[in-house]
Design a protein around this ligand. Structure first.
Ligand code: GAL
Length: 355
Protein backbone atom coordinates (compact mmCIF):
# COMPACT_ATOMS: atom_id res chain seq x y z
CA UNK A 1 0.00 0.00 0.00
CA UNK A 2 2.83 2.34 1.05
CA UNK A 3 4.65 1.46 -2.20
CA UNK A 4 1.62 2.27 -4.38
CA UNK A 5 1.20 5.63 -2.66
CA UNK A 6 4.84 6.49 -3.21
CA UNK A 7 4.61 5.57 -6.91
CA UNK A 8 1.44 7.67 -7.29
CA UNK A 9 3.15 10.63 -5.63
CA UNK A 10 6.17 10.30 -7.91
CA UNK A 11 3.91 10.19 -11.00
CA UNK A 12 2.06 13.34 -9.90
CA UNK A 13 5.35 15.14 -9.28
CA UNK A 14 6.68 14.12 -12.71
CA UNK A 15 3.54 15.45 -14.36
CA UNK A 16 3.76 18.75 -12.46
CA UNK A 17 7.41 19.12 -13.45
CA UNK A 18 6.70 18.42 -17.13
CA UNK A 19 3.88 20.95 -17.24
CA UNK A 20 6.03 23.61 -15.53
CA UNK A 21 8.81 23.10 -18.11
CA UNK A 22 6.41 23.46 -21.00
CA UNK A 23 7.64 20.12 -22.35
CA UNK A 24 4.11 19.09 -23.20
CA UNK A 25 3.76 22.06 -25.57
CA UNK A 26 6.62 21.05 -27.81
CA UNK A 27 5.20 19.70 -31.08
CA UNK A 28 6.23 16.12 -31.61
CA UNK A 29 7.37 16.73 -35.19
CA UNK A 30 10.06 19.14 -33.98
CA UNK A 31 12.02 16.36 -32.38
CA UNK A 32 15.38 15.94 -34.06
CA UNK A 33 14.76 18.83 -36.48
CA UNK A 34 17.97 20.83 -36.54
CA UNK A 35 16.14 23.97 -37.73
CA UNK A 36 13.78 24.14 -34.75
CA UNK A 37 15.63 22.43 -31.97
CA UNK A 38 15.73 25.30 -29.47
CA UNK A 39 12.91 26.73 -27.38
CA UNK A 40 12.27 30.46 -27.49
CA UNK A 41 11.25 30.60 -23.83
CA UNK A 42 13.67 31.39 -21.03
CA UNK A 43 12.96 28.02 -19.40
CA UNK A 44 15.09 25.46 -21.19
CA UNK A 45 13.31 22.45 -22.63
CA UNK A 46 13.92 19.07 -21.05
CA UNK A 47 16.65 18.12 -23.51
CA UNK A 48 18.52 21.45 -23.44
CA UNK A 49 21.52 19.92 -21.72
CA UNK A 50 22.32 17.74 -24.73
CA UNK A 51 25.60 19.18 -26.09
CA UNK A 52 24.65 18.40 -29.71
CA UNK A 53 21.61 20.64 -29.47
CA UNK A 54 21.85 22.82 -32.62
CA UNK A 55 21.15 26.55 -32.70
CA UNK A 56 17.78 27.73 -33.95
CA UNK A 57 18.90 28.02 -37.56
CA UNK A 58 21.25 25.05 -37.75
CA UNK A 59 25.00 24.71 -38.09
CA UNK A 60 26.91 26.42 -40.89
CA UNK A 61 30.45 25.43 -41.87
CA UNK A 62 32.39 28.46 -43.08
CA UNK A 63 35.70 27.91 -44.91
CA UNK A 64 37.91 30.99 -45.39
CA UNK A 65 40.91 30.73 -47.76
CA UNK A 66 43.16 32.29 -45.11
CA UNK A 67 42.49 34.31 -41.98
CA UNK A 68 45.60 36.41 -42.55
CA UNK A 69 44.00 38.56 -45.28
CA UNK A 70 42.88 42.07 -44.39
CA UNK A 71 39.72 42.21 -46.52
CA UNK A 72 38.64 38.64 -45.76
CA UNK A 73 39.00 39.38 -42.05
CA UNK A 74 36.40 42.15 -42.30
CA UNK A 75 34.22 39.87 -44.43
CA UNK A 76 34.57 36.90 -42.05
CA UNK A 77 33.66 38.99 -39.03
CA UNK A 78 30.57 40.35 -40.80
CA UNK A 79 29.52 36.87 -41.87
CA UNK A 80 29.91 35.42 -38.40
CA UNK A 81 27.95 38.29 -36.82
CA UNK A 82 25.05 37.99 -39.29
CA UNK A 83 24.84 34.21 -38.93
CA UNK A 84 24.82 34.42 -35.13
CA UNK A 85 22.26 37.21 -35.12
CA UNK A 86 19.98 35.06 -37.24
CA UNK A 87 20.30 32.15 -34.80
CA UNK A 88 22.72 29.95 -36.75
CA UNK A 89 25.76 28.33 -35.27
CA UNK A 90 28.72 29.21 -37.52
CA UNK A 91 31.91 27.16 -37.38
CA UNK A 92 34.60 29.20 -39.13
CA UNK A 93 37.88 27.58 -40.20
CA UNK A 94 41.18 28.90 -41.61
CA UNK A 95 42.39 27.24 -44.82
CA UNK A 96 45.88 28.75 -44.33
CA UNK A 97 46.04 29.31 -48.10
CA UNK A 98 46.33 25.53 -48.53
CA UNK A 99 43.77 23.85 -50.80
CA UNK A 100 44.52 20.34 -49.51
CA UNK A 101 43.82 21.56 -45.99
CA UNK A 102 40.57 23.20 -47.07
CA UNK A 103 39.45 20.01 -48.81
CA UNK A 104 39.91 18.17 -45.51
CA UNK A 105 37.95 20.86 -43.67
CA UNK A 106 35.06 20.51 -46.13
CA UNK A 107 35.07 16.73 -45.66
CA UNK A 108 35.09 17.13 -41.87
CA UNK A 109 32.11 19.49 -42.05
CA UNK A 110 30.26 16.94 -44.18
CA UNK A 111 31.00 14.17 -41.68
CA UNK A 112 29.80 16.41 -38.85
CA UNK A 113 26.53 16.87 -40.74
CA UNK A 114 26.46 20.68 -41.03
CA UNK A 115 23.25 22.08 -42.51
CA UNK A 116 24.96 24.37 -45.02
CA UNK A 117 28.41 25.42 -46.19
CA UNK A 118 29.81 28.84 -47.10
CA UNK A 119 33.14 28.43 -48.88
CA UNK A 120 35.81 30.94 -49.92
CA UNK A 121 37.94 28.61 -52.07
CA UNK A 122 41.72 28.71 -51.72
CA UNK A 123 42.18 28.04 -55.45
CA UNK A 124 39.59 28.82 -58.07
CA UNK A 125 41.05 25.89 -60.00
CA UNK A 126 39.84 23.57 -57.21
CA UNK A 127 36.21 24.55 -57.80
CA UNK A 128 35.40 21.32 -59.70
CA UNK A 129 36.57 19.16 -56.81
CA UNK A 130 34.81 21.30 -54.20
CA UNK A 131 31.55 21.30 -56.13
CA UNK A 132 31.68 17.52 -56.71
CA UNK A 133 32.28 16.97 -52.98
CA UNK A 134 29.39 19.13 -51.73
CA UNK A 135 27.10 17.75 -54.41
CA UNK A 136 27.95 14.19 -53.37
CA UNK A 137 26.93 15.07 -49.82
CA UNK A 138 23.87 17.02 -50.97
CA UNK A 139 24.81 20.05 -48.82
CA UNK A 140 23.46 23.49 -49.82
CA UNK A 141 26.54 25.58 -50.57
CA UNK A 142 27.33 29.24 -51.10
CA UNK A 143 30.69 30.04 -52.67
CA UNK A 144 32.13 33.48 -51.93
CA UNK A 145 34.94 35.84 -53.01
CA UNK A 146 36.58 33.60 -55.66
CA UNK A 147 34.23 33.05 -58.52
CA UNK A 148 34.24 29.80 -60.49
CA UNK A 149 33.02 29.70 -64.10
CA UNK A 150 29.28 29.29 -64.84
CA UNK A 151 30.10 25.88 -66.38
CA UNK A 152 31.71 24.69 -63.16
CA UNK A 153 28.78 25.84 -61.05
CA UNK A 154 26.24 24.26 -63.39
CA UNK A 155 27.24 20.85 -62.01
CA UNK A 156 25.19 21.39 -58.83
CA UNK A 157 21.83 23.14 -58.51
CA UNK A 158 22.04 23.68 -54.74
CA UNK A 159 25.05 25.93 -55.23
CA UNK A 160 25.29 29.69 -55.70
CA UNK A 161 28.12 32.24 -55.87
CA UNK A 162 27.83 35.56 -54.05
CA UNK A 163 30.42 38.22 -54.82
CA UNK A 164 31.17 41.22 -57.00
CA UNK A 165 31.91 41.63 -60.67
CA UNK A 166 35.64 42.40 -60.54
CA UNK A 167 35.52 44.11 -63.94
CA UNK A 168 33.54 46.91 -62.33
CA UNK A 169 36.22 47.58 -59.69
CA UNK A 170 38.96 47.73 -62.33
CA UNK A 171 36.97 50.19 -64.43
CA UNK A 172 36.39 52.37 -61.36
CA UNK A 173 40.12 52.43 -60.59
CA UNK A 174 40.78 53.69 -64.10
CA UNK A 175 38.06 56.32 -63.67
CA UNK A 176 39.67 57.53 -60.44
CA UNK A 177 42.81 58.30 -62.47
CA UNK A 178 40.83 59.91 -65.31
CA UNK A 179 39.15 62.16 -62.72
CA UNK A 180 42.48 63.75 -61.69
CA UNK A 181 43.32 67.22 -63.09
CA UNK A 182 45.87 65.84 -65.62
CA UNK A 183 44.12 62.47 -66.16
CA UNK A 184 47.15 60.65 -64.80
CA UNK A 185 49.63 62.23 -67.21
CA UNK A 186 51.59 64.17 -64.59
CA UNK A 187 54.65 64.90 -66.73
CA UNK A 188 52.59 65.86 -69.76
CA UNK A 189 54.34 63.52 -72.20
CA UNK A 190 51.04 62.33 -73.65
CA UNK A 191 50.95 58.94 -71.96
CA UNK A 192 50.15 57.49 -68.56
CA UNK A 193 53.12 55.50 -67.25
CA UNK A 194 52.12 53.08 -64.53
CA UNK A 195 53.15 50.11 -62.47
CA UNK A 196 50.65 47.37 -61.64
CA UNK A 197 50.86 45.56 -58.30
CA UNK A 198 48.74 42.51 -58.80
CA UNK A 199 46.94 40.23 -56.32
CA UNK A 200 47.13 36.46 -56.70
CA UNK A 201 46.85 36.07 -60.49
CA UNK A 202 45.03 32.72 -60.09
CA UNK A 203 42.11 34.76 -58.81
CA UNK A 204 39.70 36.37 -61.25
CA UNK A 205 39.61 39.55 -59.11
CA UNK A 206 43.31 40.08 -59.82
CA UNK A 207 42.96 39.31 -63.51
CA UNK A 208 39.99 41.58 -64.14
CA UNK A 209 41.19 44.50 -62.01
CA UNK A 210 44.52 44.45 -63.84
CA UNK A 211 42.82 44.37 -67.22
CA UNK A 212 39.90 46.73 -66.70
CA UNK A 213 41.74 49.51 -64.85
CA UNK A 214 43.98 50.01 -67.88
CA UNK A 215 41.13 49.41 -70.34
CA UNK A 216 39.22 52.34 -68.80
CA UNK A 217 42.19 54.61 -69.58
CA UNK A 218 42.45 53.32 -73.14
CA UNK A 219 38.70 53.54 -73.71
CA UNK A 220 38.97 57.22 -72.73
CA UNK A 221 41.52 57.66 -75.53
CA UNK A 222 44.62 57.82 -73.30
CA UNK A 223 47.92 56.30 -74.28
CA UNK A 224 49.34 53.99 -71.60
CA UNK A 225 52.75 52.58 -70.80
CA UNK A 226 53.18 49.68 -68.38
CA UNK A 227 56.56 50.00 -66.69
CA UNK A 228 56.15 46.86 -64.61
CA UNK A 229 53.60 44.29 -63.45
CA UNK A 230 54.39 42.22 -60.35
CA UNK A 231 52.31 39.86 -58.27
CA UNK A 232 51.93 40.92 -54.67
CA UNK A 233 49.40 38.25 -53.59
CA UNK A 234 47.13 40.80 -51.86
CA UNK A 235 49.85 41.29 -49.23
CA UNK A 236 50.87 44.61 -47.65
CA UNK A 237 54.57 43.80 -47.21
CA UNK A 238 54.88 42.56 -50.76
CA UNK A 239 53.16 45.75 -51.95
CA UNK A 240 55.79 47.79 -50.17
CA UNK A 241 58.77 45.80 -51.48
CA UNK A 242 57.49 45.79 -55.05
CA UNK A 243 56.78 49.51 -55.05
CA UNK A 244 60.15 50.32 -53.46
CA UNK A 245 61.96 48.27 -56.14
CA UNK A 246 59.97 49.88 -58.95
CA UNK A 247 60.57 53.38 -57.59
CA UNK A 248 64.30 52.64 -57.42
CA UNK A 249 64.26 51.35 -61.00
CA UNK A 250 61.89 53.77 -62.75
CA UNK A 251 61.93 56.82 -60.46
CA UNK A 252 59.96 59.84 -61.74
CA UNK A 253 58.75 57.92 -64.77
CA UNK A 254 56.08 56.32 -62.56
CA UNK A 255 52.94 58.44 -62.65
CA UNK A 256 50.39 55.92 -61.44
CA UNK A 257 50.57 53.00 -59.00
CA UNK A 258 47.66 50.62 -59.55
CA UNK A 259 47.19 48.12 -56.72
CA UNK A 260 44.64 45.33 -57.03
CA UNK A 261 43.74 45.87 -53.36
CA UNK A 262 44.12 48.33 -50.50
CA UNK A 263 46.44 46.30 -48.34
CA UNK A 264 49.08 46.33 -51.10
CA UNK A 265 48.35 50.04 -51.66
CA UNK A 266 49.04 50.81 -48.00
CA UNK A 267 52.38 49.01 -48.41
CA UNK A 268 53.05 50.92 -51.64
CA UNK A 269 52.30 54.19 -49.84
CA UNK A 270 55.04 53.48 -47.31
CA UNK A 271 57.49 53.00 -50.19
CA UNK A 272 56.25 56.16 -51.94
CA UNK A 273 56.70 58.21 -48.78
CA UNK A 274 60.16 56.74 -48.10
CA UNK A 275 61.18 57.72 -51.64
CA UNK A 276 60.13 61.31 -50.92
CA UNK A 277 57.29 61.28 -53.42
CA UNK A 278 53.91 62.91 -52.70
CA UNK A 279 50.64 61.27 -53.71
CA UNK A 280 48.29 63.46 -55.77
CA UNK A 281 51.19 65.84 -56.52
CA UNK A 282 53.85 63.82 -58.31
CA UNK A 283 52.30 60.31 -58.27
CA UNK A 284 48.82 58.74 -58.08
CA UNK A 285 47.88 55.70 -56.03
CA UNK A 286 44.66 53.65 -56.12
CA UNK A 287 43.46 50.45 -54.43
CA UNK A 288 40.30 48.39 -53.96
CA UNK A 289 38.40 47.29 -50.80
CA UNK A 290 37.93 50.51 -48.80
CA UNK A 291 39.70 49.11 -45.73
CA UNK A 292 39.55 51.52 -42.79
CA UNK A 293 43.28 52.25 -43.20
CA UNK A 294 42.76 53.15 -46.86
CA UNK A 295 39.79 55.40 -46.11
CA UNK A 296 41.98 57.32 -43.67
CA UNK A 297 44.67 57.73 -46.33
CA UNK A 298 42.17 58.87 -48.96
CA UNK A 299 40.85 61.45 -46.53
CA UNK A 300 44.39 62.60 -45.68
CA UNK A 301 45.23 62.93 -49.39
CA UNK A 302 47.75 60.06 -49.32
CA UNK A 303 45.75 57.86 -51.68
CA UNK A 304 44.03 59.11 -54.83
CA UNK A 305 41.05 56.87 -54.18
CA UNK A 306 39.81 53.36 -53.61
CA UNK A 307 36.78 51.24 -54.45
CA UNK A 308 34.39 49.86 -51.85
CA UNK A 309 34.37 46.07 -51.88
CA UNK A 310 31.24 45.72 -49.78
CA UNK A 311 32.06 43.06 -47.18
CA UNK A 312 28.85 43.61 -45.21
CA UNK A 313 26.67 43.55 -48.32
CA UNK A 314 28.33 40.37 -49.59
CA UNK A 315 28.08 38.68 -46.19
CA UNK A 316 24.39 39.56 -45.93
CA UNK A 317 23.86 38.35 -49.51
CA UNK A 318 25.65 35.07 -48.81
CA UNK A 319 23.45 34.38 -45.77
CA UNK A 320 20.28 35.35 -47.69
CA UNK A 321 21.17 32.95 -50.53
CA UNK A 322 22.03 30.22 -48.01
CA UNK A 323 18.61 30.62 -46.43
CA UNK A 324 16.95 30.30 -49.83
CA UNK A 325 18.86 27.07 -50.42
CA UNK A 326 17.87 25.78 -46.97
CA UNK A 327 14.29 26.63 -47.88
CA UNK A 328 14.57 24.30 -50.87
CA UNK A 329 15.49 26.74 -53.66
CA UNK A 330 17.60 25.51 -56.54
CA UNK A 331 19.59 27.46 -59.14
CA UNK A 332 19.58 26.92 -62.86
CA UNK A 333 22.75 26.83 -64.85
CA UNK A 334 24.04 30.19 -66.09
CA UNK A 335 22.14 31.89 -63.29
CA UNK A 336 24.23 31.02 -60.27
CA UNK A 337 26.09 34.28 -59.54
CA UNK A 338 24.67 37.01 -57.34
CA UNK A 339 26.57 40.32 -57.49
CA UNK A 340 26.89 43.17 -55.04
CA UNK A 341 27.94 46.53 -56.53
CA UNK A 342 31.32 48.16 -56.00
CA UNK A 343 31.35 51.89 -55.17
CA UNK A 344 34.00 54.47 -56.12
CA UNK A 345 35.55 56.21 -53.10
CA UNK A 346 37.06 59.68 -53.65
CA UNK A 347 38.27 62.44 -51.30
CA UNK A 348 34.86 64.07 -51.84
CA UNK A 349 32.68 61.15 -50.68
CA UNK A 350 35.11 59.28 -48.39
CA UNK A 351 33.32 60.60 -45.29
CA UNK A 352 30.21 58.59 -46.24
CA UNK A 353 32.19 55.35 -45.85
CA UNK A 354 33.90 56.10 -42.52
CA UNK A 355 32.38 54.84 -39.30
C1 GAL B 1 39.55 40.42 -53.12
C2 GAL B 1 40.02 41.52 -52.18
C3 GAL B 1 41.43 41.27 -51.75
C4 GAL B 1 41.58 39.87 -51.20
C5 GAL B 1 41.03 38.86 -52.17
C6 GAL B 1 41.09 37.45 -51.62
O1 GAL B 1 38.23 40.62 -53.47
O2 GAL B 1 39.94 42.74 -52.85
O3 GAL B 1 41.83 42.21 -50.79
O4 GAL B 1 40.89 39.79 -50.00
O5 GAL B 1 39.69 39.18 -52.50
O6 GAL B 1 40.59 36.54 -52.54
Amino acid sequence: MKKTLALLLAAVMMLALLTACGGGDKPADNAGDSQTGQSDTTTPPADAATPEEPAAGGTVGVCIYKFDDAFMTTYRNALEAILKEKGYEPIVVDGNNDQAKQNEQINTFITQGVDALIINPVMTSAADTIIATVKGAGIPTVLINREPTPEQMAAYDKLVYVGCDARQSGTMQGELILDTPNKGDINGDGKISYIMIQGDPENVDAQYRTEFSVKALEDAGMEVEQLNLTRGDWDREKGQTICANDLAQFGDKIEVVFCNNDDMAIGALQAIQSAGRKVNEDIYLVGVDALDAALNEVQAGNMTGTVLNDANGQAAGAVAEMEKLLGGATYSSGNQSVYVDYVKVTPENVGDFMK
